[in-house]
Design a protein around this ligand. Structure first.
Ligand code: GDP
Ligand code: ADP
Length: 206
């Protein structure tokens, strides 16, 4: 029986660093983590599915969710809202499962206020030059937006100290393996304080 609450893991970092790519590879490997599917007002891209990639909402629907306090955090990113459903996260943790969020930096800071016990992982670019290359190669942004993203990235990197771990995304496989190690370490850390393990001291064999 699972007695303990699950652990909340938050992967964040500047736009274009590879958060989505790393998260997909992590979930392609065998994992017991539960991914929290976000709400967004952005258009569905070809190949995406409602309820799998995101829950797609209108502006009005999203703002009503904000008013009803149904979001654990939310942020506006490139003119669209993105947010994490509060109930799914709280219920899944209470059921004893680990929950994984992949969100941008403003949202991660809000989660930190509500869930200081969460494990915050900052995905770090090998260099600003490489970050720029990744944004350019992804081909989703105009020249002007790319410059804005890089300026934002500088500010976001300054907030790195609020995180528990920094993982350099030099190579996707390496970065995912490091994140898996972080997850294992956090479990070992909590097992140290978990009551069920302390019960061993009650064994009266001596
Ligand atoms: N704050 C916040 N950010 C989110 C959430 N879901 C996704 N994001 C971030 O929103 C940004 C844009 O995501 P998306 O539109 O899928 O485009 P991408 O740049 O191709 O990943 C990424 O940095 C995501 O990490 C969420 O629930 N809350
Ligand atoms: N380790 C890596 N090495 C090289 N390219 C990468 C790496 N990780 C991600 N990318 C590429 O960088 C671009 C941005 O990645 P993406 O996952 O969309 O970033 P984010 O979700 O942080 O905005 C994509 O084109 C992706 O294929």
């Amino acid at each position: 029986m699972i007695e303990e609450k699950g652990i909340l893991f938050i992967l964040s970092g500047p736009s274009g660093v590879g958060k989505g790519t790393v998260r997909k590879e992590l979930f392609d490997r065998k994992t017991d983590l539960k991914y929290s599917i976000s709400m967004t007002t952005r258009d569905m891209r070809p190949g995406e599915q409602n309820g799998i990639d995101y829950f797609y909402k209108s502006n009005e629907e999203f703002e009503s969710l904000i008013e009803q306090n149904k979001l654990l955090e939310y942020a506006k990113f490139v003119n669209n809202y993105y947010g994490t459903p509060r109930e799914y996260v709280e219920q899944t943790l209470a059921d004893g499962y680990d929950v994984f969020l992949e969100i941008e930096v403003q949202g991660a800071l809000q989660v930190k206020e509500n869930f200081p016990e969460g494990v915050f992982i900052f995905l770090f670019p090998p260099s600003l030059e490489e970050l720029k290359n990744r944004i350019v190669n992804r081909g989703t942004e105009s020249e002007e937006l790319i410059l804005n993203r890089l300026k934002e990235a500088r500010k976001e990197i300054e907030l790195m100290d609020a995180y528990d771990y920094v993982v350099v995304n030099d190579d996707v496989d390496n970065a995912v393996t490091k994140i898996q190690s972080i997850i294992q370490s956090e479990h070992c850390k909590r097992e140290r304080i978990a009551k069920q393990y302390k019960k061993i001291l009650e064994d009266d064999i001596l």
